[in-house]
Design a protein around this ligand. Sequence first.
Ligand code: ATP
Ligand code: MG
Ligand code: MG
Length: 549
Amino acid sequence: SEEKSLNFIEEIVEDDLSTGKHNGRVHTRFPPEPNGYLHIGHAKSICLNFGLAQRYNGKTNLRFDDTNPVTEDTEYVESIKDDVRWLGFQWANELYASDYFDILYAFALNLIKQGLAYVDDSTPEEIAAQKGTPTEPGTANQYRSRSMEENVHLFEEMKAGKYPDGAKVLRAKVDMASPNMHMRDPIMYRIKHAHHHRTGDKWCIYPMYDFAHGQSDAIEEITHSLCTLEFIPHRALYEWFIEKLDIFPSRQYEFARLNMTYTVMSKRKLLQLVNENHVSGWDDPRMPTISGLRRRGYTPASVRDFCDRIGIAKRENLIDVSLLEFCIREDLNKTAWRRMGVLDPVKLVITNYPEGQTETLFGENNPEVEGGEGGREIPFSRELYIEREDFMEVPPKKFFRLGVGLMVRLKNAYIIKCDDFVKDAEGNITEIHCTYLPESKSGHDTSGINVKGTIHWVSIPHAKTAEVRLYDRLFQSENPAAEEGDFKDDLNPNSLQVITAYVEQDLAGAQLGKGYQFIRKGYFTLDKDSTADKLVFNRTVTLKDAWAK
Ligand code: ATP
Ligand code: MG
Ligand code: MG
């Protein structure tokens, strides 16, 4: 296969390797904040970070960026680890920014002692006002000129719990006139008397992202620290801290985040959907979370393929969700086992098939693979369910399904001819009567008759009932986050349809995590709500793009 051209980050890495920077070492990290479940955007970052390490014989750390005790939780830590593993990646080290709280505190004292940080008693409003605007410089306040000794003393008192939340902050003394607002004496530490999921009540001061992230990268000697474009204005500060602390020179590089149509991609918004019960949980199959995609029936290979296809760029764009659907169809077409399930049943009686007789037919599992990956037994009898839409009372020309006088093949079974049908008082068709050609059995057909259409079916006495969940897009507009007002007003009220279907007997043994193609109806997977008494399937995706323009 043809070698893909390098993306701009791979070019940077290859350049660094060729100049001997970091002695040929490539060490990346994936740094989620454990304040929610991972989404498909995170998958892009995971594939990029772990993919680089794989390609260049490097390593990737999984680092939890857990510096905000209020929003973080161990439930999220566990889900993140599950999701990264499920995607097929293994981290070199499992690390936590909170493990660095002592070192970060020492770094802060170091900067104070260099005269590069000070304790500020201003309120958040005062600090914001003094920051100025992008076109006007900020102004220094009286706390900026505190002595080094006083700053050390106050910072120690902050740590010791002497002050309430918000009473003081520690700020870097950089440049109140910098054109980069992030350089106007950014806050390094704030007081928060809160319980942390790992450090408990040991700390009541917590470092800000900007004072934790780069320093964590440096501590771990990360060579290439990859983040999304909104961190471009933070880069100068990232480098300032590294320079002033004289620590390992990690470098930050920015790439465009993934945005996808018909969904939102921010943990804060996804959390709202969960908390307000618009979905059943973080792993609701309509969610763009990795756990939601997994439950929906997406495979790790399909998600990695998607991340590969969207590539890495420096400009934001909106990726069409149908590309993700394309990737799962591609994968499931090759791997899903074929089965039969009737979603909207109507009864069909084969009038010349003996009452009470049953025979066992054979259907291969996967026609895409040499040998078919074996097969399964399919019971056949006089009474079947077929799909209501496969019969028409007045069929148009070229309707290669059923209508009086028309013939079709029943998949893996016989050719049948429709003779008659029965209607109830309301005019609904309740029964279709057919005759079969005994010599037309699939694989042993000596009938000499060729029919154009093949339809799926299940034998009524052998059928299993199943709850089937059919999903549509969670939002109605392409870019719900860009809509005015509350993004939840754009939720699609018909994003979930629950129906009762009849499926072939073999599906009683369906495996969690495996994909099945219900012939002609789409790809399905068993849901975790399924029990021995009640089968539940999710439709992963239809066979064709229903929205194709
Ligand atoms: P969110 O806005 O959804 O809360 P976040 O950036 O706050 O996302 P983090 O847990 O900090 O979430 O993200 C971990 C890593 O994943 C970061 O390096 C971040 O840049 C990256 N990431 C997050 N969202 C996306 C996205 N949509 N596309 C690509 N990378 C992303
Ligand atoms: Mg973040
Ligand atoms: Mg966030």
